[in-house]
Design a protein around this ligand. Sequence first.
Ligand code: FES
Length: 127
Amino acid sequence: MALYSEKVMDHFRNPRNVGVIENADGVGKVGNAKCGDIMEIYLKIDNDIITDAKFETFGCGSAIASSSMATEMIKGKPVSEAAQLTNKAVTEALDGLPPQKIHCSVLAEEAIKKALDDYYQKNGESK
Ligand code: FES
């Protein structure tokens, strides 16, 4: 079996939603101290719906594929639903990641949660 699924390779080679959102409603930046990879997620939120999501990931292919898939999964969703997104769901949507690459998908979950925290803070709402 190939180490990486076709979906991982596809999202790594053609990542969706790469970039920055100016005046984003929520921004979340996380890093993994061990591998040194950094992921930043930007959210545009209208009436509690995520209307756009973009990312910049300075990291490995699995981190890029995870951020691409994660941003696709939360676009158009209510913030309450996006807050429930787990790294497990991202990994499953990618048809799996090698065990030593699971932490890359955790970055995506954390970055989205941080961006949502930023949104809640800016809007003075409690979670
Ligand atoms: Fe660290 Fe992938 S190796 S994010």
